[in-house]
Design a protein around this ligand. Sequence first.
Ligand code: ADP
Ligand code: MG
Length: 284
Amino acid sequence: MNDQVRIQLENVSYSYEDAPAPALSRASAVIREGEFVAVLGHNGSGKSTLAKLLNALYLPSEGKVVVCGYDTAREEFTWEIRRRAGMIFQNPDNQIVATVVKEDVAFGLENLGVPTDEMIPRVESALAAVHMSGYADSAPHMLSGGQKQRVAVAGILAMEPSVLIADEATAMLDPSGRQEVLSTVQALNRRKGITVVWITHFMEEAALADRILVVSDGVITADGTPREIFEDVEGMRNLHLDVPRMTSLAADLRKEGMPLRPGILTVEDLVKEVERLCPLKSGI
Ligand code: ADP
Ligand code: MG
């Protein structure tokens, strides 16, 4: 089960009308069931274009996108793909369509024509999964940004998706809202096995992913684990991308002559390495 392919990109290119260069060029990648894949890239590198190709909002100009076994170019699969690969966007306010939270979560199910007696438990369990049950009857505009994003996630969950695509879903939130939304989605990934494509410009978020795809000028330039991707500090800087703060600090310390091992992403990683190099002697 675990190696089921959820998303397959085969030499995918996409060009906007009248644009001088393609927004995405010959992109290839495979994302499997249960993976949490972060996508990094500078502004205008093609991340949102990639996201929209993944749920058939855009169709490739060249190449092929297959989501949960369905070729996005086949129009008869469009709704099945959108149901299985739900997407949340940056602005929490743009995603709310109803005046009551539970109705907002039910919106997609209503469109699918799901009968009311089936809809109610699905909405309730989706709200419970994002820890928003207590707000079922609230007005969405009263909620914080993080809560609104969790309601948006619940709307997708109610559709029983296989894949969740988040396009900078935390970019407009304060640090606590960011943490709320990220940990909710991480829990869904771990407990329900939902495959996650997490587009972000926060390196600390990407560091938590199983894998990172780096996009630069419409090209996927790297695909690896966070440790592999962030170890190339210079390469990331050349792409105008950061690395997690502790990775950057470790790189600076190495330049100063400290023989730290590669693969430092977190404070804990760095502390462990420093302790290995400078063991505390007893009796001091
Ligand atoms: P990102 O999400 O990484 O910032 P996008 O996918 O939005 O990048 O954009 C990739 C490229 O496509 C950029 O050069 C951008 O200017 C261009 N682009 C994005 N949307 C459109 C559009 N609707 N029409 C024309 N060009 C676009
Ligand atoms: Mg974007």
